[in-house]
Design a protein around this ligand. Structure first.
Ligand SMILES: NC(=O)c1ccc[n+]([C@@H]2O[C@H](COP(=O)([O-])OP(=O)(O)OC[C@H]3O[C@@H](n4cnc5c(N)ncnc54)[C@H](O)[C@@H]3O)[C@@H](O)[C@H]2O)c1
Length: 341
């Protein structure tokens, strides 16, 4: 049985806590830690059978009975906690992004090199059955040579402005998942990025120094082209679609609905809206990613979404940021050279 400590029990920490407790075999949540934990969360944890509840995550790192930690705290704490957990020999599942600062991700990468710690990044979409099916079709050559990859990723609504201010901007907060999908589905690396952005849903987002709408075009190293479109406001729900088009055909996925019922009447043909947001759409994927993490620990397997998978989308996000601010295409190599990679 892998004994787990969860650091940070906000939205995503609670999701992982629940899924381990209910669905992940071979794992048990032994303790949780959050400096701002409140009575409701304490009661919620106790109802799940978790009684070691701390405000200081060091209590988890110092517990020699705990094998692995899930780092689900705010982004600005991830890399520091990773470094401390590596020193204590804990296996790590770290929510995305590892850090906004490439130098700090490289520090984590270097510390991992000298350890036996399993390290997985929380790119949950890789575990979604639909995205996995697109990857599988591309990998097995069902669409021939990949020519164009299109990803549509629109949130139902923007997070609070205070969150936007510290989020690192849309490319590092939201598009980061889509950059990961480009790498995952294509099995290739991004060579060059050109980004357009606008403030079209809420001017407060612009005042906070961010954008809410974006189109990002990419050239991949193997020659394929990719495009992502993002919006912080889709009135009809969480819009998560993808299409891979190649020399032999195409593979596409649509949104998941509450039901597939279609009602036809004199006014038209009506279907349910897409599932509301990530907690609804990706719940099964969250269970699958932790199941794989635990399996890698129990059976000493290599993790499929490791530290490089955490690093690359940050480099692409920084290239997109630079492209937007300088209105020019930016090569990933240009960002890499800034960090001596
Ligand atoms: N993979 C995904 O789909 C996904 C979804 C949501 C969030 N995330 C990522 O997960 C992280 C958390 O996001 P969230 O939406 O749950 O945020 P949140 O604000 O709901 O929760 C973060 C929690 O971390 C706690 N915290 C802050 N500093 C801490 C520390 N030093 N030690 C322990 N706990 C600390 C806060 O008190 C809070 O309860 C972010 O990095 C975010 O990017 C990933």
């Amino acid at each position: 049985m892998v004994k787990v400590g969860i650091i940070g029990v906000g939205r995503i920490g609670k999701v992982h806590c629940q899924s381990i407790t209910r669905y992940v075999k071979n794992a048990k949540v032994k303790a949780i830690a959050d400096p701002y934990i409140n009575d409701d969360t304490i009661k919620w944890a106790q109802d799940l059978g978790i009684f070691e509840i701390y405000t200081d995550y060091n209590k988890i790192l110092d517990d020699s009975d705990i094998d692995a930690v899930l780092i689900c705290s705010s982004t600005d704490t991830h890399s520091q906690i990773c470094l401390e957990a590596i020193k204590k020999g804990k296996h790590i599942f770290c929510e995305k992004p590892i850090d906004h600062d490439v130098a700090k991700i490289l520090e984590v990468k270097s510390a991992l090199r000298n350890s036996n710690v399993k390290f997985q990044v929380g790119f949950n979409r890789r575990f979604d059955s639909n995205f996995k099916a697109v990857r599988q079709a591309v990998k097995e050559g069902k669409i021939g040579q990949l020519n164009i990859l299109k990803i549509c990723s629109r949130d139902p609504g923007a997070p609070p402005i205070d969150y936007i201010k510290v989020s690192g901007g849309i490319f590092l907060d939201m598009t980061i998942h889509d950059f990961d999908m480009v790498r995952f589905i294509s099995g290739d690396e991004v060579d060059e990025v050109f980004a357009y952005g606008g403030v079209l849903t809420d001017k407060k987002i612009g005042e906070a120094g961010d954008i809410d709408t974006a189109i990002i075009s990419m050239k991949l190293k193997g020659g394929s082209l990719a495009v992502i479109d993002n919006s912080r406001r889709a009135t009809y729900g969480y819009d998560q679609r993808a299409e891979a088009f190649g020399s032999l055909g195409q593979v596409a996925i649509s949104n998941n609905m509450q039901s597939t019922a279609i009602i036809s009447d004199a006014d038209g043909v009506h279907q349910e809206k897409p599932l509301l947001f990530f907690l609804e759409r990706y719940m099964q994927a969250y269970v699958e990613e932790i199941t794989e993490f635990v399996d890698c620990i129990v059976n000493d397997k290599e993790v499929s979404v490791g530290v490089d998978c955490g690093l690359q989308p940050v480099l692409i996000g920084l290239a997109a940021k630079k492209s937007l601010s300088q209105n020019r295409p930016v090569k990933i190599a240009e960002i890499e050279s800034e960090f001596g990679i």
